[in-house]
Design a protein around this ligand. Structure first.
Ligand code: ADE
Length: 221
């Protein structure tokens, strides 16, 4: 899978996308991420990318031309399954949306900044808008990193244990059960006996029971 990200602050993306599982995905050649600095497409000698909004009001708006030129250049090289704009008023990201996106070949993600991007880009070029929660971040970069991480780990072969993403919380609508590792007892806090029993069926039943319990508890809150 290839993901292109358009950003005014590319440095914000470099750490989250180049460590841990996302690094492994790229090292294995399963995921390729290109971050494009929108300023390269900025206008004039100052490489302007934002301007005051028509109608007045505080805050700058990312201009239509630099974004259009950048998107067009990328679109001329390949076709994108989705052109995504990160926005607090987009569709709320959930596991089902991540699953769907993880099956795509080419994604283009636009990160807004300041007051957002000129509406004409949203109207004529963007095919999907995604929010990571009902709160406003300073820009779309951290949200884009969340989207890429949630998609990237679902690409077959990215996680060592091929099945482990399948058992993530929410994959089957259930929250994952509790997990423990050594030591068996710490500070008087004991690992549930059933997990030490070696009895696969009992362990599976216990995990399912815990998942259901947690899911029920979470739904009440
Ligand atoms: N950009 C700013 N806030 C955002 C959010 N909550 N989700 C996605 N993109 C955003």
């Amino acid at each position: 899978m290839r993901i292109d990200i358009i950003s005014a602050v590319p440095d914000l993306l470099s750490s989250p996308l180049n460590h841990s599982i996302m690094k492994r995905a790229q090292d294995k050649g399963l995921l390729t991420i290109y971050v494009h600095d929108i300023r390269t497409y900025g206008l004039g000698s100052h490489r302007q990318i934002d301007d005051y909004q028509y109608g007045g009001g505080a805050g700058m708006v990312m201009m239509v031309e630099p974004l259009f030129n950048c998107i067009e250049e990328l679109r001329n090289q390949r076709s994108y399954d989705e052109i995504i704009y990160m926005s607090p008023d987009g569709d709320l990201l959930d596991q089902s949306l991540s699953n769907q996106l993880s099956l795509k070949e080419n994604l283009l993600i636009i990160c807004g900044h300041y007051k957002g991007i000129d509406e004409r880009i949203r109207e004529h070029m963007v095919t999907k808008e995604i929010s990571i929660g009902k709160y406003v971040l300073s820009g779309g970069e951290l949200a884009a990193a969340v989207v890429v991480d949630s998609i990237g780990r679902l690409i077959p072969g990215v996680l060592n244990d091929g099945s482990s993403a399948l058992f993530d919380s929410f994959q089957d609508g259930l929250v994952a059960p509790p997990v423990y590792t050594r030591p068996e007892s710490f500070n008087g806090w004991d690992v549930p006996k059933v997990l030490l029993s070696g009895h696969d069926k009992k362990i599976e039943d216990w995990r399912m029971e815990q998942s259901l319990k947690r899911t029920g508890e979470k739904e009440k809150t």
